[in-house]
Design a binder for this molecule. Structure first.
Ligand code: CP
Length: 316
C-alpha cells in the first residue's frame, strides 16, 4: 500500500487504487480473509478504533459489509449514508475540507463519491487512512479483492485463468479494478464490452478508457463462442446513471440458462451486483452462479482482513 509519512513520523496507508497493493499484500489479504471466515465465531478483541463510512453515492453491499466487518473487529462506526444530500457537501463544502474534518473524528475513512478525482484530495488532505469504495467510473479496489478471493475459493488458484469481463467497461469501476488485479497475477483477460447504437446508426463499443493493455478484445458477434472456454465470467451492469446520452440502443451479452449450459462445468459466474438484465434470474440456481451468496458474503471477510491490516498493521 502507498505509505505516507505525516509530521512526527506517523505512517499513513491508503487504499485508493489496486495500484496501491503489491501482489504479496494481496495474497496476505486473501489468507487473512480465509482465517477471518474460519474463526468468525471466536470473540475478537475489543478496540476503540472508529471507522467513518462516508457514502455520497448509493450502496447496499459495500457500506454494510464494511460496517459489519468493523463491528466484528470490535470497533465502532460513524455512518454518513446519502452524504451527497445529508452532509455539508450539499452546502457546497469542498472534498478537501470534508477530508480535513472527517480525520478529526475517526481512525479510518471509507469513501464513495461520483467525482473520479476525490482520491487525489484524500491522498493530500486526509490525516487518517482512506479506503476507496468507488470514485465515480474510476475504481473499486475492495470489490476486486473480494472478487479475487471468491475466484481463489472456487477455483483454488489466482493464476493461469481465462477471465471474460462483460458489460459497461467504460464506466464500470469494478471491471477497472479487477483487470488490474488479475494482471498482477498474469491471467488472460477477455473483454466483452457492451455496444451502443446511436440514433444515426453509429455503433461504438464501451471499451475501457484505461487499464486494458494486454487484454484480448472480443467483438460482440464472437462473445457467445468465447464464453464456452472461460474459467470465470464476470458480468457487470450498464452504468446508465453516468451516461449523458440515454436514448441509444444497447447490444450486450445477456446470460440465460441456455447460454450458461454451454459454459464449462468447472467455471464460475461472478457479478459485483446490483444486477439488471444482464443475468436472467433463472441462472441464479446454477451451481456456477457464485454472485448472490458466496461472492457477497466474501465482502465481509476481505474487508475485515483489510481493516485489520490497515488499522492494526498485522494479519491473522
Ligand atoms: N458491488 C457494489 O459496490 O455494491 P453496492 O453498490 O451495493 O455497494
Amino acid at each position: 500500500m502507498i505509505l505516507q509519512f505525516l509530521p512526527g513520523g506517523i505512517m499513513l496507508k491508503h487504499l485508493l487504487s489496486v495500484d496501491d497493493l503489491t501482489g504479496e499484500e494481496v495474497m496476505d489479504l486473501l489468507r487473512s480473509a480465509r482465517n477471518m471466515e474460519r474463526d468468525w465465531d471466536e470473540p475478537f478483541y475489543e478496540n476503540r478504533k472508529v471507522l467513518a463510512t462516508f457514502f455520497a453515492e448509493p450502496s447496499t453491499r459495500t457500506r454494510l459489509s464494511f460496517e459489519r466487518a468493523m463491528h466484528h473487529l470490535g470497533g465502532r462506526v460513524l455512518t454518513a449514508a446519502d452524504a451527497s444530500v445529508s452532509s455539508s457537501l450539499a452546502k457546497g463544502e469542498s472534498l478537501k475540507d470534508t477530508f480535513r474534518t472527517l480525520g478529526q473524528y475517526c481512525d479510518a475513512i471509507v469513501m464513495r463519491h461520483k467525482d473520479v478525482t476525490w482520491t487525489d484530495h484524500a491522498r493530500r488532505y486526509s490525516r487518517v487512512p482512506v479506503i476507496n469504495a468507488g470514485n465515480g467510473g474510476g475504481e473499486h479496489p475492495t470489490q476486486a479483492l473480494l472478487d479475487l478471493h471468491t475466484i481463489h475459493q472456487e477455483l483454488h488458484r489466482v493464476t493461469e485463468l481465462a477471465v471474460m469481463i462483460c458489460g459497461d467497461l467504460t464506466d464500470g469501476r469494478t471491471a477497472h479494478s479487477l483487470v488490474k488485479l488479475l494482471q498482477k497475477f498474469g491471467n488472460k483477460i477477455y473483454l466483452a464490452p457492451a455496444r451502443r447504437v446511436c440514433a444515426n446508426g453509429y455503433k461504438y463499443d464501451m471499451l475501457m478508457r484505461c487499464h486494458d493493455d494486454g487484454c484480448i478484445y472480443i467483438d460482440h458477434q464472437d462473445q457467445k463462442e468465447v464464453l464456452k472456454e472461460m474459467d470465470v465470467v464476470y458480468m457487470t451492469r450498464l452504468q446508465k446513471e453516468r451516461w449523458e446520452v440515454t436514448t441509444d440502443e444497447i447490444e450486450y451479452l445477456r446470460l440465460d440458462r441456455k447460454l450458461v449450459s454451454t459454459m464449462k462445468q468447472e467455471s464460475i459466474i461472478l457479478h459485483p451486483l446490483p444486477r439488471q438484465e444482464e443475468i436472467a434470474e433463472e441462472v441464479d440456481d446454477d451451481p456456477r452462479a457464485a454472485y448472490h451468496e458466496r461472492q457477497v458474503r466474501n465482502g465481509v471477510f476481505i474487508r475485515a482482513a483489510l481493516l485489520e491490516m490497515m488499522l492494526y498493521q498485522r494479519t491473522k
